[in-house]
Write a protein that binds this ligand. Structure first.
Ligand SMILES: [Zn+2]
Length: 363
């Protein structure tokens, strides 16, 4: 089984908002949450350390994310913000949650902030063990309104943040999902400051206009951790997907695009209330991976960014998937389309690894 790097999971958000404990398996978490508001809000859990082990998920881009209060839809008011100060407090709390979790259970989770950290994790996964392997966590900031002034970039970097996506919906920095627009003056300054630290820029959730400007002006590395192909989502009318122009831009910068196995991002108009899971087979995920590879002319720029438990769960993923471990079923789907073992290993982890090895500090 090839190793997987999953470029997107809102672990801390789930831990602090719903009390999820990711040292448990998804199956255990589901049992504990039967009939709870968490399931009504975020559906059934699909990730957990035992599932990461079964599916060979060695590294997860673990997010810092809070909901702008104006977009809150559930009764649960936790982990949402109205002011930049509140955003700062929540994001900081989430980052400290990762520090505590990796300090207290280093056999299960470890922070990855340097290429040395990354090598140690990979060495562990490549050596036989009976007790399992630690999952490496690369910290990704999703939505940047917690950065109140540019001078705070130093501290976020010191504490281990390595990737930043300036948008979720629109932010003070740029247009985003559901709230389109360009980079703002603050946004252009943020990008200059980020480049000084070699932060990886995540174009996910950025509006097309802002993303085009960022591709033009950002001096550091660029990726899209979790987003699908707009051209395979006809009539979706959402700026949440990447246009071919943005995918081409990421490829030109030698970046990677992580495909999201979320039914609503795989079939236009699919909703959990009206549609069946069976309408969106896992082969749709292979279609999006293939589209990126066709644009690139190779298998060196597609990856996985599951976003599992990020606002959806078991009820909204392809029917072949029960937990993240089932992403391994993509091996045969890609193989059947002519992808070699090496191609598949690159898509599953090699492409993200190559990017991380270049972008993380050595120690
Ligand atoms: Zn997201």
């Amino acid at each position: 089984m090839p190793i997987i790097i999953d470029a997107h999971a809102d672990l801390a958000y789930n831990m602090l908002k719903y009390g999820r404990d990711y040292s448990r398996s998804a199956a255990e978490t589901r049992l504990l949450e039967v009939g709870s508001p968490t399931v009504a809000d975020n559906e059934d859990c699909t990730i957990g350390w035992p599932d990461y082990q079964r599916g060979q998920t060695a590294v997860v881009f673990s997010t810092l994310f809070a909901l702008p209060a104006r977009w809150r839809t559930s009764q649960n008011k936790l982990q949402s913000y109205k002011t930049f100060d509140q955003a700062h407090e929540i994001y900081r709390q989430q980052l400290m949650t990762y520090h505590r979790m990796t300090d207290s259970e280093p056999d299960k989770f470890r922070l990855v902030a340097s290429s040395r950290d990354l090598d140690l994790i990979l060495d562990h996964w490549n050596s036989p063990t009976e007790s399992g392997h630690p999952v490496g966590m690369v910290v990704l900031m999703e939505g940047a309104e917690c950065i109140r002034t540019l001078s705070e970039l130093d501290e976020w970097y010191e504490l281990g943040v390595r990737l930043i996506g300036p948008a979720w919906v629109g932010t003070r920095y740029c247009g985003g999902w559901k709230e389109p627009g360009p980079l703002t003056k603050d946004g252009r300054e943020l990008l200059s400051g980020m480049a000084d630290h070699n932060f990886v820029l995540d174009l996910s959730h950025m509006d097309e206009q802002a993303a085009v400007e960022a591709l033009d002006m950002y001096r550091g590395p660029i990726v899209g951790t979790h987003g699908n192909c707009l051209s395979l989502m006809p009539n979706s009318n959402s700026n949440r997907h990447f246009s071919d122009r943005i995918i081409e831009g990421i490829i030109e910068r030698d970046g990677v695009v992580g495909v999201v196995p979320y039914n609503a991002y795989l079939k236009s108009g699919w909703t959990v209330d009206k549609n069946q899971r069976s309408e969106v087979p896992l082969s749709y995920v292979a279609d999006h991976i293939d589209h990126i590879c066709q644009i690139a002319g190779d298998a060196l720029h597609a990856g996985i960014g599951s976003d599992f438990d990020g606002g959806f769960g078991l009820q909204s993923v392809p029917p072949e998937i029960d937990t993240i471990a089932d992403l391994q079923k993509l091996v045969s789907l890609l193989g059947a389309r002519g992808y070699s073992e090496t191609d598949i290993a690159n898509i599953f982890s090699g492409n993200w690894l190559a990017r991380l090895k270049r972008d993380l500090p050595s120690s």
